[in-house]
Design a protein around this ligand. Structure first.
Ligand code: GLN
Length: 486
């Protein structure tokens, strides 16, 4: 048997049910791995070994009682913006640095009910604003493939933890690419489900019309298991869509011959990185060998995606973040004279520079006299982008493109140049604007040995198509089986 921390969730489930190992043993193996690697990776904000071992013991009791589900006893990392009752949930920010939520997010409740073992909270860009996990108040996470590089963001801790085998699987959130980008940069698999598929109750809000929670794992099999657990209606989230979801694992073996993938010409004309171009061309060949047809198509409003996103996301953020005022919870400044001064000092101390920039951008875009010129216009552009995708899906089952324009970059390289940082999301942001599901899957490596990710995009609520295509791809390739030397 391979070492426990080397195994995927579906492999571990087998040895758990057969009695070859216990959840407590698996959890110990992961905790030892965390102990060994955290100093160099820093994937976690908080690790809670006692509570994890308690959950593992409970999972073992469930297994013994014959009440185990497919993910019972499997250790998972949860991004630091999802409420875990009684445990610090800081959203990578000083302003929530001492916040212990009095309730569980719906996704966390689902993990707990399934008997999963929550190892801790994964590091992230402050309030999920960033593409590199460098804006975390707790310091950056490092890419397990090369610790001088960023892991991508904002769910950098979630992706790095899975890549470094400090967690079997993890949860991330994705507003403009925050699951898919770090998954691509860390060589793991991640999906942003359709807007409305997974409840956001208990997710600290960034941009509410874009935020989605989704899983990160080492292969599509585990992604399918987690989608089964996460997708579903929740009356506590008014944007959660009441509908039935298929058993996603039943699409893992489904043949893909005869399916059609669309190549958006605008995505490819932007691509000037040789390593990414080569990996994507190889992936195309793999799909063609599987009997998949490729068609060119156009997403003409793609160019406006980033501009419109950086009106909509900061506008919503400026409104969502107004609640952090030091009154009921979170950080409060120690020195102030009067209530206005207390608000000002609290927010000045509690938020980092990127969050402040977004609050200013958003407040400006929403202010009277500018609202129509900026916010309303961006909302119209968003509709155009959505319509582009609708039209594109008339001629294909899914869209095929890179996840990011380059492999991971160096820590510090873009942090002082917000425009360059924002451009990293050029291929992921349009997917959130249209509310579509998007999957990032490992597609090879750069000449410097850094992972490169492919992105597949499907119509609304067609996650199963992404599972089907990605599983076929992972049967033919071994990129997802490679792991960093740590
Ligand atoms: N990088 C984008 C931003 O900073 C997307 C982040 C995300 O998806 N949470 O807003």
């Amino acid at each position: 048997m391979p070492e426990l921390h080397d195994m995927t969730a579906s492999e571990l489930a087998r040895v758990l049910i057969s009695g070859e190992t216990t959840s407590v043993e698996i959890t110990r193996s992961l905790l030892a791995r965390i102990d060994k690697l955290e100093e160099s990776i820093h994937a976690y904000v908080t690790v809670d070994p006692d509570s994890a071992l308690e959950m593992a013991a409970e999972a073992d009791r469930m297994i013994a009682a014959g009440k185990a589900g497919p993910l019972t006893g499997i250790p998972i990392a949860v991004k630091d913006n999802m409420c875990i009752k009684g445990r610090k949930t800081s959203c990578g920010s000083r302003i929530l640095g001492n916040f212990k939520p009095p309730y569980d997010a719906t996704v966390v409740r689902r993990l707990k009910d399934a008997g999963m073992v929550i190892l801790g909270s994964a590091n992230m860009d402050e309030f999920a604003m960033g593409s590199s996990t460098e804006t975390s108040y707790w310091g950056p996470t490092r890419n397990p493939w090369n610790t001088e590089m960023i892991p991508g963001g904002s769910s950098g801790g979630s992706a790095a933890a899975v890549a470094a085998k400090e967690a079997v699987v993890s949860l991330g959130s994705d507003t403009g690419g925050s699951i898919r980008l770090p998954a691509a940069f860390c060589g793991v698999t991640g999906i942003k489900p359709t807007y409305g598929a997974v409840s956001r109750f208990g997710l600290v809000a960034y941009a509410s019309s874009l935020d989605q929670i989704g899983p990160i794992a080492r292969d599509v099999k585990d992604i399918a298991l987690l989608l089964n657990l996460l997708c579903g209606h929740d009356p506590m989230d008014s944007t959660s869509v009441p509908r039935e979801y298929p058993d996603f694992t039943s699409f893992l073996e489904k043949p893909v011959k005869g399916m059609t993938l669309g190549l958006p010409t605008e995505f490819f004309s932007k691509l000037d990185n040789e390593d990414v171009s080569r990996a994507v061309a190889d992936a195309r060949k793999t799909f063609e060998d599987l009997g998949i047809k490729f068609v060119d198509l156009s997403l003409p409003h793609l160019d406006y995606g980033i501009a419109a996103y950086y009106i909509i996301a900061p506008s919503e953020a400026s409104s969502n973040l107004a609640r952090y005022d030091g009154v009921k919870y979170g950080h409060r400044a120690e020195e102030y004279s009067g209530i206005i001064d207390m608000y000002c000092n609290t927010r000045a101390e509690g938020f980092g520079p990127e969050v402040k920039r977004r609050i200013m951008l958003g407040t400006y875009a929403l202010s009277s006299g500018y609202y129509d010129a900026y916010y309303v216009k961006a909302a119209k552009v968003r509709t155009l982008i959505t319509n582009d995708f609708k039209k594109a899906f008339e001629s294909c089952d899914a869209i095929f493109c890179p996840t990011a324009p380059s492999p991971a970059f160096r820590i510090g390289e873009k942090i002082d140049d917000p425009m360059q940082m924002y451009l990293t999301d050029v291929f992921t942001i349009p997917v959130n604007m249209a509310g579509l599901p998007g999957m990032a899957i490992p597609a090879g490596f750069s000449r410097d040995g850094l992972p490169i990710g492919l992105q597949l995009i499907a119509p609304h609520f067609k996650e199963e198509v992404l599972v089907q295509l990605s599983a076929a791809f992972q049967r033919e390739t071994d990129h997802h089986l490679k792991t960093p030397a740590l």
